[in-house]
Ligand binder design. Structure first.
Ligand code: PLP
Length: 279
């Protein structure tokens, strides 16, 4: 059964899945989500994703309807039913159905949705050459650490990316970069990996944490601090991290060439360590 959906405990074909127009996720973006991918059919870093889902839900005072064990069970079942070589699993919890009122009732029953679709990894040639990015103003709200379904600012940034024919938008706020519209961003300066610190300005990426660990274990220094837009342009290397992009070199930003214009040695080393980690 391709493209599987799961709605409030029941599996069904995606085309048959429905939620109410009074769902607060639809009306207010009052909900949280996760995106997980499989490697060789196994969900990658599932515990870290479920832990972040717990944190996001708790930050919105949203009851978490399933234990980690229950989520794991449903996710594995979804992967099995969809039977794709590689799958992208989307989890969403919203505050459920209620007559429209901004304030919510504490006893609302959450709506829980999961979809399992085929995942198409990036072409290896894209990883070999690196990608181009553009900067754009970070107009998001003040709690980007919550993986909320309120993604309008990201939607607008990604649309600009599509129109510009580049790969990702690097969000800039007050002259410093925060992260990408769908990824975290790291730069390399004099052999050191520098990236925005965890906090309300960015999503704490699961891949970000793994890559920083890999860098430290390889003896590469890591500095977590804000990087200015000028430093971004002048960096020796720039790369993105994320579930769908893994470790991906950025070789041009706003038509300025980064380093040599090819994926740099530290990016390549971390991309390779990431692949080994997956294996
Ligand atoms: N930052 C944003 C805004 C994202 O949307 C994502 C992933 O979707 C990431 C960072 C990377 O997070 P992860 O590595 O957990 O996929």
């Amino acid at each position: 059964m391709p493209n599987v959906a799961f709605v409030n405990g029941a599996f069904m074909p995606l085309a048959e899945a429905k939620v109410s127009i009074e769902d607060r996720g639809f009306q207010f973006g009052d909900g949280v989500y996760e995106v997980i991918r499989t490697y060789k059919g196994c969900p990658f870093s599932l515990d870290a994703h479920l832990a972040r889902l717990d944190r996001s839900a708790a930050a919105l005072n949203l009851p978490q309807p399933y234990s980690r064990a229950d989520w794991t069970h449903h996710i594995l079942e979804g992967i099995k039913q969809a039977a794709y070589p590689e799958a992208k699993i989307y989890l969403q919890i919203t505050r459920g159905v209620a007559p429209r009122d901004h304030a919510y009732s504490d006893d609302a029953t959450p709506t829980v949705v999961m979809t399992v679709r085929e995942f198409h990894p990036l072409d290896r040639s894209v990883q070999a050459t690196g990608v181009e990015a553009m900067t754009t103003e970070d107009i998001r709200w003040g709690r980007c650490d919550i993986k909320s379904v309120n993604l309008l600012a990201n939607v607008l940034a990604r649309q600009r990316v599509r129109q510009a024919g580049v790969f990702e938008a690097i969000l800039v706020n007050g002259g410093v970069m925060t992260e990408g519209a769908i990824s975290n961003v790291m730069v390399v300066q004099g052999g050191m990996v520098v990236t925005t610190p965890e906090g309300a300005r960015i999503l704490s990426g699961v891949t970000r944490a793994i890559v920083l660990d890999l860098a430290r274990s390889a003896g590469v220094s890591v500095q977590e601090r804000f990087v200015s837009q000028a430093e971004l342009y002048e960096a020796d290397e720039v790369f993105l991290t994320g579930t769908t992009v893994e470790v991906l070199a950025v070789v041009r930003v706003d038509e300025k060439t980064i380093g040599t214009g090819r994926p740099g040695p530290i990016t390549q080393r971390l991309a390779e360590s990431f692949t080994n980690r997956i294996d």
